[in-house]
Design a protein. Structure first.
Ligand code: CDP
Ligand code: CDP
Length: 202
């Protein structure tokens, strides 16, 4: 029987970190759905039509090395408002969610649109300043020349676009468990997620 964990939240809240740890703990498959939008966004930066890029996306595209840049993140959030782009990516995500091993998917609309019947829904958040500082540390460690102010502006712009769009806006599902990681270590955030999932499995 499949078991699906939906993890949503704004940029750099800790969704991916929690998802990976949860997948390892429970033996679930993990899909970072942000990578789908980033891969489409990267193709659009190269001149491709967004709907075409989404409908022709291949697993190999998700392994592209340069998807974690602020430029690609912005392009991802711009293509993510386009209904045809979102529609082209639904089936792959829903098939991934239904696999027998159990699955954890993280993104913006997993608990609301992709897996409205998920066994567990988590909404992971943190203050914009905390999230921007974390993302700044990650980008600086990779040698990217960014300032904290730029990263904060980037995160806020994406949050606003993701929240205000008509199609699949970022918002917690009614039955989501809220995890605010502003003052949590990674260890404590992961423990909160594992506790919520264990409770749903019992
Ligand atoms: O997937 P998402 O963009 O929501 O965030 P992430 O990539 O999991 O986390 C962004 C950064 O914050 C990573 O460098 C994590 O190590 C860090 N983080 C943290 O410092 N404390 C947490 N409780 C969660 C994540
Ligand atoms: O890692 P971070 O949280 O910064 O971003 P991401 O999860 O890789 O997502 C990049 C962009 O893709 C987001 O800003 C959203 O616009 C879009 N996205 C979406 O619309 N729906 C999803 N399920 C996942 C990502």
């Amino acid at each position: 029987m499949s078991f699906c964990v939906a993890i949503d939240g704004p940029a750099a809240a800790g969704k991916g970190t929690i998802s990976k740890a949860v997948a390892a703990h429970f033996g679930f498959a993990h899909l970072d759905t942000g990578l789908l939008y980033r891969a489409v966004g990267a193709k659009v930066l190269l001149g491709m039509d967004p709907a075409m890029a989404a409908s022709s996306l291949r697993p190999d595209d998700l392994a592209a090395t340069d998807l974690r840049t602020p430029e690609v993140a912005q392009s991802a959030s711009r293509v993510a408002v386009i209904p045809e782009v979102r529609a082209a990516l639904v089936r792959f995500q829903q098939e991934f969610a239904a696999q027998d091993t159990g699955a954890v998917l993280d993104g913006r609309d997993i608990g609301t649109v992709i897996c409205p019947d998920a066994d567990v829904k988590l909404f992971v958040t943190a203050s914009a300043e905390v999230r921007a500082n974390r993302r700044f540390d990650e980008l600086s460690a990779k040698g990217m020349a960014v300032t904290k102010a730029q990263v904060l502006a980037d995160v806020k712009e994406r949050d606003a676009r993701d929240t205000d769009r008509a199609e699949a806006p970022l918002r917690p599902a009614k039955d989501a468990v809220l995890i605010d990681t502003s003052d949590l270590s990674i260890k404590d955030a992961v423990a909160a997620a594992i506790a919520a999932i264990s409770k749903a499995q019992a």
